[in-house]
Design a protein around this ligand. Structure first.
Ligand SMILES: [Mg+2]
Length: 120
């Protein structure tokens, strides 16, 4: 599942930091990056609504979900860097939390079974 082109999470954090402190001439404030994250999340939603939903692309537009997801990952990484979050450690702890919490939660949920009628 890994290959020579893989980027580890710690490498990602260093790459983003190197880019921002070099080419980018420094970090935006955390609050600005939070606004950028909301903006980029909206751009992912725009792609999803056009690729999987009922919306359509304007003439000349092309699907680019991968790039928009990368934008979200970029700004999440920037926020982690500037707030001292080690994303490798955070992700490990997050997966452990989800496993403890949800170990049996989805057992009765078959593939493609999105029937939520019992929750109304
Ligand atoms: Mg974008």
């Amino acid at each position: 599942m890994t290959n020579d082109n893989d980027i580890s999470i710690s490498q990602l954090q260093r790459m983003v930091d190197d880019w921002i402190t070099g080419i980018g001439h420094g970090y935006f404030s955390p609050l600005t990056n939070m606004a950028v994250l909301a903006e980029e999340t909206g751009e992912v939603a725009r792609q999803m609504s056009r690729i999987y939903g009922d919306q359509t692309f304007k003439e000349g537009e092309a699907p680019n979900l991968a790039d928009e997801l990368a934008d979200v990952l970029w700004v999440v990484t920037a926020i982690a860097n500037q707030t001292g979050v080690d994303l490798t450690d955070a992700l490990r702890k997050n997966i452990e939390k989800k496993t403890r919490r949800d170990l049996h939660r989805h057992e009765n949920r078959g593939p493609g079974n999105n029937d939520n009628s019992n929750k109304i």
